[in-house]
Design a protein around this ligand. Structure first.
Ligand code: PGA
Length: 258
């Protein structure tokens, strides 16, 4: 049973898929399909799809966001985007520190920390992504990796500043691999994260913070993951690209179902 004051948030991460027109069609098709779900629905879409997705989502409770941002207010950072720019086009949240950003674009914890601080300061809700690699897990370093990521990515932040922060535990070996973590293993990692939050930012924030699981989530495995006490939502990549599979996941969340 979930702690009553935590919402269940299901986020779709489209990565570099879908144009603005695709986004309009998708959101239009999604709205009637998920009207009975008790989940909060978030979509992290490509920058160019934010405005069309937001316009189409108008009047529904679907929340639209971006997949990355820079920590500077503005500057000579070719190809980057600022928090205010995301807000201007209608983003309400942003993914920060996704493992693809870390691995392919060399983002480190210090940079991610600056981004989280900037998003919070500017009123853009951050979803901070963390997770261990397969080597780290095999070497028994999962807990150490997660707590290091948390202390470095949330460095210098007080509990009052972190209200609204979403945490996504995404084991790197489970992303896009068709190899999801077992519910028990994911629960164990979520418990590590919640304990860290409690020890470092206090019990109140730890109890309130939504911790999502991500990595090969599908309609077939979503329910057993959501049934875990510390899994408060899901970050869904591939299965969020089709309305059918994403709505099937979202519709697992019904009033009193978890
Ligand atoms: P996946 O991606 O569901 O395709 O494994 C998850 C993610 O990258 O957030």
């Amino acid at each position: 049973m979930k702690v009553a004051n935590r919402s269940v948030i299901i986020t779709g991460n489209w990565k570099m898929y879908k144009t603005g027109e695709d986004a309009r069609n998708y959101v239009k098709a999604l709205i009637p399909r998920v009207k009975d779900s008790a989940a909060k629905i978030y979509l992290a879409v490509p920058f160019t799809a934010i405005t069309p997705a937001r316009q189409t989502a108008q009047g529904s409770s679907i929340v639209i966001g971006g997949q990355n941002m820079h920590d500077a207010t503005e500057g000579a950072f070719t190809g980057e985007i600022a928090a205010q720019m995301l807000l201007e086009v209608g983003a309400q949240f942003v993914l920060i520190g996704h493992s693809e950003r870390r691995r392919l674009f060399n983002e480190d914890n210090a940079f991610i920390n600056r981004k989280v601080k900037k998003a919070l300061a500017d009123g853009l809700q951050p979803t901070l992504c963390i997770g261990e690699t397969l080597e780290e897990r095999d070497q028994g370093l999962t807990e150490q990796t997660l707590t290091t990521q948390l202390s470095e990515c949330l460095a210098d932040l007080k509990a009052t500043q972190c209200a609204g922060l979403i945490l996504a535990y995404e084991p790197v070996w489970a992303i896009g691999t068709d190899r999801s973590a077992t519910p028990e293993l994911a629960q164990e990692a979520h418990q590590i994260c919640r304990n860290w939050l409690e020890e470092n930012l206090g019990k109140r924030l730890a109890q309130k913070t939504v911790i999502q699981y991500g990595g090969s989530v599908k309609p077939e495995n979503a329910k057993s993951l959501l049934d875990q006490p510390d899994i408060d939502g899901l970050l869904v990549g591939a299965a969020s690209l089709k309305v059918d599979s994403f709505s099937a996941i979202v519709n697992l969340v019904q009033e009193g179902s978890l």
